[in-house]
Design a protein around this ligand. Sequence first.
Ligand SMILES: C[S@@+](CC[C@H](N)C(=O)[O-])C[C@H]1O[C@@H](n2cnc3c(N)ncnc32)[C@H](O)[C@@H]1O
Length: 268
Amino acid sequence: MTAASRQAAKGTVYLVGAGPGDPDLLTLRAARLLAEADVVFHDDLVPDEVLALVHDHALITSVGKRCGRPRITQQGIHKLLIESAWAGQSVVRLKSGDPLVFGRAGEEIAALRAAGVPFEIVPGVTAALAAGAALELPLTDRKSASKLIFCTGHHAADKTDVAPIWAGPLPDDATLVLYMPGRDTSRIARELAAAGLAADVPCCAISHAARPQQTHVACRLDALVNLTCGAAPLLLLVGRAMESLLKGDTADLFYLAEQTLAAGTQVR
Ligand SMILES: C[S@@+](CC[C@H](N)C(=O)[O-])C[C@H]1O[C@@H](n2cnc3c(N)ncnc32)[C@H](O)[C@@H]1O
């Protein structure tokens, strides 16, 4: 029996990737679990269009930790997942993108294991891959980008020293995808230059990849400090594979592009 042919089991927690926000980019397994689960606990970045796939009788709870709402702790989330499973419900823990990429899934897995709660992980399309598709841009390139690096500009709250984005030299044949870059482009530019990246390396900031409000801006590393990026959720992609976004450009001239998704993508 394949995973897709199984039903959502009572007493089990499913850590499910919601992808970048377009319901068409969910896996079949994710869509099926959303239609079957008794309860769904989701992050802030999961939009209503995805939640619309949840069964009418299911309980949907946001456990997002941003936007000024009273903060739920990570331990609070573990408790909700475990108690719902112990109550005999089928539980979906819905995370944006892929659940195993920058999503604190490790802590949730450890808590579920410690409580003896069965769980399953359902992958999703991570933001970096959605961004590449949305920009129509391969993230690797046979001549210029043989490595793909996913890293984050956001650090654990309990870290006393703020580590640089990258310690030591960065390979010059890599595409670096920076999740949660924050708004401090001058710090990012400084740290990437300190890691050995050349001033003319292309950078692209994409906001709301694969969403109707998607926008992107691009420039060279030495102009990053002046780049006005779109709203969060935002990704910064850096590397020679981004060159086509700046074709015909000079080092200090911004290329600005806004694109709407193909006709037929609708927001309900
Ligand atoms: C907590 S991380 C979760 C990443 C997620 N698990 C994934 O695999 O995409 C949240 C960050 O992912 C990035 N992100 C998520 N969805 C995005 C989107 N549609 N467009 C651009 N960036 C996105 C942003 O950098 C955002 O701050």
